[in-house]
Design a protein around this ligand. Sequence first.
Ligand code: DC
Length: 222
Amino acid sequence: MKKINIAIDGPSAAGKSTVSKRVAAALGYVHLDTGAMYRSTACKALRCGIALDDEQAVCEMLKNTEIVLTPDGKVLLDGEDVTSAIREDAVSMAASNVSKHPQVRSDLVARQQKMAEDKGFVMDGRDIGTVVLKDAELKIYLTASVEARAQRRYDQNARAGLELQPLETIMKEIAERDYQDMHREVSPLRKADDAIEIDSSNMTIEEEVDQILKLAESRMEG
Ligand code: DC
């Protein structure tokens, strides 16, 4: 069977990372979570006191920034393990803010394309099927209702021992981030024309993974 690349896009908290991780493990592929790169950028800008809307300053900062996604799922920012720190709610909105800048996007997109030069990658984000891996053999647009996504984020935060916000607050934050990610000028979140949409509101993770693996197998044969 030939090796392929799989692009998984969709709104916040749709379960892209979890599903991508499992699909990659099942196929022996490498998972790349591109959201973690925007989050790391935002995290460093916040720590350095750089205004998130100052595109030039964020770009200058990125020139001296190393972001490593390790094979075992860790995120290293200039050598520091920030895997948990970048999941804080404050970083989520900040990541969406820095992701609006065209120059920030082109820097990170170039890094992502270099990371996935060969086949055998499962990459998740917002613009993977439309920009980063336009020639991916399988493109999935993974979505779910705002309510389902907020509940998942709440459960995820609880499991990770992060500070818990009320469900309504999380729903509001997700809706706000959806709007911002879908309406920005550069590479807004949208379903690629050749992507297959999966609404996971009423599906288990196992069902989502199974469906994607079946699709992947058919593309690997084809
Ligand atoms: O997938 P995530 O929630 O960890 O992503 C954090 C933010 O980064 C998200 O609000 C939008 C941005 N992002 C992006 O613009 N393009 C990507 N490929 C991945 C994430």
